[in-house]
Each structure stands twice: as structure tokens, then as C-alpha cells.
Design a protein around this ligand. Structure first.
Ligand code: MN
Length: 244
């Protein structure tokens, strides 16, 4: 059987410097491509296009969706106005990724959602986000680590009987942390399956009948040195292969 094709929507990068001021590039980080390939999937990058029929055409070619990390979602996507502390936003990419996520939910295709991707799944399923947890009152950990990308920033506690607990075979996992936003109101249809000690949502899973696995950390950046993070990709890829 051929390998599952994993659609990865691209994000937009605003270039700076004398040779490319104002230039916009579509990109994904190489780490995602490596982890998907190593797990036996075929990564297929999906650039943002506006026409619904073109998005459907992209979607028809993939077996599963990987929603990567990236910039902040525009808060209008969850019915809020921009607050101070919100980062740069890309509404066209938001719309494209939300449309792909909706198609995947309707078709019950597996979705692995990382960082921004997890936040996007919460939004598309009806939840909201904290626009900047650094402005939260008290007791909030530093979730934008200063250390190198593969190093552990903080532990998370996994929910009993969760997919993640089965994948990691333990209840506490050390994760990296590169997010200044977080899930606020949890979407119906999702359950929290990992939390940091300050209560910040670090992973969500879809209720039975959906195939959503979301993590707030960046397993793709840890996978080379932390085999359990590549095992996360492998477990998801096995499901993506079986779901075809
Ligand atoms: Mn964190």
C-alpha cells in the first residue's frame, strides 16, 4: 500500500532587508517535513488559495492534515477584537487553514495539530484563545522559552486514558514551549488531555467520532533528540495510514 499523503498548509513569512522588502513567502519549517517522512508519510505542502473549490481540490489529494505552528490567528476568527499583545496576523492563511480543518472534520480525516494548529482546531470547533498569556494575572509560567528549540521548558501532566498517555506510556512528559497564546474557552467536541502546572492547556483530543490530536508544544523540534516525540508522529501516522 502506498504511504499516506499528509497535507501541510503553509504559513506566510514577511521578508525584510534591502533585497526583499515587503516580499511574502509561503513556508513550512523543515522539521515537520522530516518528521512526517521519517514516520512513513508523504508530506504535501498546501499554499493558501482563496477559492473554496481550489481548497477542496487540495483537500481531495491528502489522507490526513498536519496543522503546523505559526503566527497568531486573527481574533475576529473567534469573535474577539485585537488586544495589545497580539502578534502579526495573516487573515488569508487563517481562512485557508480553517476551511481545510472544516473539510477534514467533516470527512473525519486524521488531524495532527501543533501549537498554532491546536489553537486553530479549538477555534474552528467553537472555542476561543487567550491573545497573550504573558498579560495573564498571576502564576503563569514562561511559555516562550529562551533555550534551544529541542530542550525541555516545562513538564505537562497527561490525562489518564488519553491517547497521549498511551503513546508516551507515562503521565508526565517534558516539553518545549514557544507559545504566547493558549486555549481559553475549550471547544465542545474537544477534551483537554495535557496541562502545564499553571493550568495552561497543553494538549487536546477529539471526542469519539473525531480524529483530532493537538499539542501546544513542538514535537517536531524535539524528535531528533527525544525519541518519544518521533513516536508521537509514528502513532499518528499509523492511524492516518489505517484511516484511508
Ligand atoms: Mn507551554
Amino acid at each position: 500500500m502506498s504511504a499516506p499523503v499528509i497535507g501541510i498548509p503553509t504559513n506566510s513569512l514577511s521578508m525584510e532587508g534591502p533585497s526583499s522588502p515587503g516580499l511574502q513567502r509561503a513556508y513550512v519549517n523543515q522539521d515537520y517535513i522530516r518528521c512526517v517522512s521519517l514516520a512513513g508519510g508523504v508530506p504535501l505542502l498546501l499554499p493558501a488559495v482563496p477559492k473554496p473549490q481550489d481548497i477542496e481540490s487540495q483537500f481531495a489529494r491528502v489522507d490526513a492534515l498536519l496543522l503546523a505552528g505559526g503566527p497568531d490567528l486573527h481574533p475576529l476568527t473567534y469573535g474577539e477584537q485585537p488586544a495589545w499583545g497580539l502578534g502579526e496576523t495573516f487573515p488569508e492563511e487563517d481562512a485557508h487553514q480553517l476551511a481545510l480543518a472544516r473539510l477534514a472534520l467533516d470527512a473525519r480525516k486524521p488531524i495532527l495539530a501543533i501549537c498554532r494548529g491546536m489553537q486553530l482546531m479549538n477555534v474552528v470547533m467553537g472555542g476561543t484563545l487567550h491573545q497573550d498569556i504573558a498579560r495573564n494575572p498571576e502564576g503563569c509560567l514562561q511559555h516562550v522559552q529562551k533555550g534551544r528549540r529541542h530542550t525541555v521548558a516545562h513538564p505537562v501532566t497527561l490525562a489518564e486514558d488519553s491517547r497521549l498517555a498511551r503513546i508516551f506510556r507515562q503521565r508526565t512528559v517534558g516539553v518545549n514551549s514557544f507559545h504566547h497564546q493558549a486555549v481559553k474557552a475549550l471547544a465542545p467536541g474537544l477534551q483537554v488531555t495535557a496541562q502545564a502546572d499553571d493550568g495552561i492547556v497543553e494538549a487536546v483530543e477529539g471526542l469519539p467520532g473525531t480524529s483530532v490530536l493537538g499539542v501546544q508544544w513542538h514535537p517536531e523540534a524535539m524528535a531528533e533528540r527525544h525519541p518519544e516525540m518521533q513516536a508521537l508522529f509514528q502513532a499518528w501516522m499509523d492511524e492516518a495510514g489505517a484511516a484511508r
